[in-house]
Design a protein around this ligand. Structure first.
Ligand SMILES: [Mn+2]
Length: 486
């Protein structure tokens, strides 16, 4: 990074140069369409109560280091209802058509980041108001700074529906229309009291309810992307299985997964990749991935590709040396049976908790039989998490229905984790197994979207025995790592 560049840039601008970033070529062609996002706004409007307004705020930016931000991830609700991926933005959706003082008629308004060639040279292209109209299909799009002067009269609405305000929103003194300003202006225009949760007119619960109702049921357009995210994640698991050996590090395995994701065009991971060898697998959200040699223990890999916003959530647990030990196999098959039992419950109309119970019962019974627990009530010691959650734009996606419905996509992820020094025979110590698959609920049952990656012991061993293009991939030893004598 060159800190002198802004100065050079200002000189260029003063000299009359104009910097314009041309449109990009060779972009993916399968993004969600503007018709999809407009359709979601219409679906929301149908659920909104009469005379209400629905307000969506972008996520704040976050500092990674000094003047460098973390890669920006849009608030999934903003993306779902608009397709807009940039920060410092605000979306208003009205139940009924509104009439502006200038005679305009509108039912939604998007406030976006202003076009700014100088900022775009540093932090990337901006869509601007023209882009929001042309690419996202908004009839009314304004720069964030215009929100301050809007004539919208919030006092006339019976309900103002918005999500809880994000915390620690950065407020830049150089930007008078960043998210912090938009939120402040919204609070003041809508007269939102400090204790708004006590006033039913200001409804954050309804925001969650309505977005949950919509987002828990996937549309065909969303399924195209989600299917792709899940298949890509499985392909990543498979390539890792072919390449893995006990001398590899956790970081190297993580890199392989993520390389395969990116090779297929998945921009991100939907959550920090979890790659834990042996007892590290017992840490449920282990993300350090710092063990330098996997060794002959089991390797738990919970890694999900995010493709155009939609994230998979797939876990495979494999022996790095290619063969399950007898103890590893017993624990693994118990988790496998629990998963199978849960799958059998899945279908439109089934009770979600029945699937959880079926899996938990199998694990409790099995741990008792293996002598790892003395009483079924101790099952939570080794299976401390739930079975299942929605996936979609969030890895733990929105949705509150206790009944499974057609076109929901959920994970089924039982696990058994036996940390060292557990109160059982030490031959079990350090074994951690989770198998996690992604299932689309159908009318009569389910479709296993993650069937591309093997789950059975013998199929995994077969996959690990396969050759990998990476078997011959080496990099030179680092000069800087040579030991120096002082
Ligand atoms: Mn999960």
């Amino acid at each position: 990074m060159n800190k002198n560049l802004p100065h050079i840039l200002s000189i260029l601008i003063v000299l009359g140069f104009t910097l314009t970033l041309s449109a990009q070529d060779d972009l993916p062609t399968d993004y969600l369409s503007k018709e999809f996002h407009a359709g979601r706004r219409d679906a929301l409007r149908k659920l909104m109560p009469d005379n209400s307004v629905f307000v969506v705020m972008a996520y704040p930016t976050r500092t990674f280091s000094n003047d460098i931000d973390y890669f920006y991830h849009q608030n999934p609700d903003m993306y779902y209802f608009s397709g807009y991926k940039e920060p410092q933005s605000l979306l208003l959706i009205f139940k009924e058509e509104q009439k502006g003082t200038d005679g305009s008629v509108y039912k939604e308004i998007l406030y976006v980041q202003k076009k700014d060639p100088r900022a775009e040279q540093w932090t990337g292209r901006r869509l601007g108001t023209d882009g929001a109209k042309e690419k996202l299909g908004f009839s009314y799009a304004y720069n964030g700074e215009d929100f301050k002067n809007t004539k919208i009269d919030f006092s006339k609405f019976d309900k103002i529906i918005f999500d809880e305000f994000p915390e620690d929103v950065p407020n830049s003194s150089r930007d008078n229309a960043d998210l912090a300003d938009l939120i402040e202006q919204f609070k003041s225009k809508a007269n939102i009291p400090a204790d708004y949760t006590k006033d039913k007119r200001y409804d954050t619960r309804l925001f969650r309810d309505l977005t949950g109702k919509l987002r828990e049921i996937k549309t065909p357009e969303e399924m195209d992307l989600l299917r792709k995210a899940v298949e890509i994640s499985c392909r990543g698991q498979n390539e890792v299985m072919k390449a893995v050996h006990p001398g590899m590090s956790e970081l190297e395995v993580q890199g392989l997964h993520e390389y395969v994701h990116k090779k297929y065009g998945a921009e991100e991971v939907g959550y920090g990749s979890i790659v834990g060898a042996g007892a590290n697998g017992c840490v449920l959200h282990y993300m350090e991935n710092t063990k330098t040699k996997i060794g002959t223990e089991m390797l738990l890999m919970d890694v999900g590709a995010e493709y155009h916003g939609y994230t998979a959530d797939v876990t495979r647990t494999v022996p790095a040396n290619g063969k399950f030990s007898p103890e590893q196999k017993l624990v693994y098959n118990l988790v496998y049976e629990a998963q199978e039992a849960a799958f059998k419950i899945l279908k439109d109309g089934a009770k979600w908790s029945d699937a959880s119970k079926a899996a938990r019962d199998i694990i409790a019974e099995g741990l008792l039989t293996l002598g790892i627990i003395k009483d079924k009530n101790e099952v939570g010691t080794y299976y401390p998490h739930g079975l299942s959650h929605h996936i979609g734009l969030d890895v733990h996606d929105r949705g509150f229905s206790q009944t499974l419905k057609k076109d929901m996509v959920i994970t089924i992820e039982p696990g058994i984790y036996i940390p060292p020094n557990s109160n059982c025979d030490k031959k079990w110590w350090g074994i951690a197994v989770r198998i996690e698959d992604d299932a689309l609920i159908t009318e009569k049952g389910y479709e296993l979207l993650s069937a591309f990656a093997p789950r059975k012991v013998e199929d995994i061993e077969k996959m690990i025995a396969e050759k990998s293009a990476l078997d011959n991939f080496t990099v030179p030893k680092l000069k800087s790592a040579e030991k120096k004598a002082f």
